[in-house]
Design a protein. Structure first.
Length: 261
């Protein structure tokens, strides 16, 4: 089933890139600063969290700068939340195309996720400057970012196509997206570290795959620590199974999209 998605998309790769380009241009059309919004969002949130936790509440999150702590956690989170915001309504927003022509419907949510990935790359450029400014010692463990982001990407794809498909049948899904993302944000260690959480709460938080991904992205980049191998394999298996069943569910209900939408 996992091989089915690339094989389905390959025949329509030109259409996929057209949708990606369209999503990117529509997002920043008539914008004064254009793609710089991809930097402004994590930068502004990082500044807000730094001010609140460093000067108002005076909570020490880590042994290094809170600027690095918050920005490292915000980048993967914003990729995930932005992908959901754009992919969940993508099928209903393009109902005219779905009812007229056939193409793999997953192209629509995947195009939004791809644009969110471009934003992620743009935001990463600022993070590189922060690493230089704060003289972070980079180790070979930073290479863990690649497999960790792959976990993030495929988990995001699974959640996106599952909720986008459900949204065709139940429009409440789109209405509940904002509330869902808010809950998910607090269940993900973006503005706190899992090290300060009681052991019973840690087990609960690790039911959320983003907990493992965000924590280890922060550790391998800023702290120079490696990912625990067996934990990575376990999360990889969980996400792979989740992707399999989400895509299988999407393919099953896709046949009736044109009639229901």
């Amino acid at each position: 089933m996992l091989i089915t998605m690339p094989s389905r998309l390959y025949k329509y790769k030109e259409l996929f890139f057209i949708f990606v380009w369209r999503e990117f241009t529509v997002r920043y059309r008539q914008s004064l600063i254009g793609a710089l919004w991809a930097i402004l969002q994590p930068l502004s949130m990082m500044a807000l969290f730094t001010f609140i936790f460093s000067y108002v509440m005076k909570v020490k999150m880590a042994s290094y700068s809170p600027v690095l702590f918050f920005y490292a956690g915000l980048m993967p989170w914003i990729f995930f939340s932005s992908s959901l915001n754009y992919s969940i309504p993508s099928l209903t927003n393009h109902y005219q195309l779905i009812t007229k022509i056939y193409f793999p419907r997953e192209i629509l949510p995947l195009s939004g996720i791809t644009v969110a990935f471009v934003d992620y790359l743009i935001a990463s450029t600022i993070f590189i400057f922060f690493l230089i400014i704060y003289k972070v010692h980079i180790t070979w463990n930073i290479l863990w970012v690649v497999p960790l982001f792959m976990l993030l990407f495929f988990f995001t794809v699974a959640v996106s196509i599952f909720l986008a498909g459900l949204n065709v049948y139940y429009r409440d899904v789109r209405l509940a997206t904002g509330f869902l993302i808010q809950l998910w944000f607090f269940a993900t260690p973006v503005m706190y570290t899992i090290d300060n959480v009681p052991i019973n709460m840690k087990l609960l938080l690790f039911l959320n795959p983003l907990t493992f991904i965000v924590e280890n992205m922060r550790r391998c980049i800023v702290e120079g620590r490696a990912v625990v191998g067996w934990q990575f394999v376990l999360v990889l298996i969980i996400i792979s199974v989740f992707v399999f069943f989400c895509y299988r569910f999407f393919i099953k209900i896709e046949r009736a999209f044109a009639d229901v939408i």
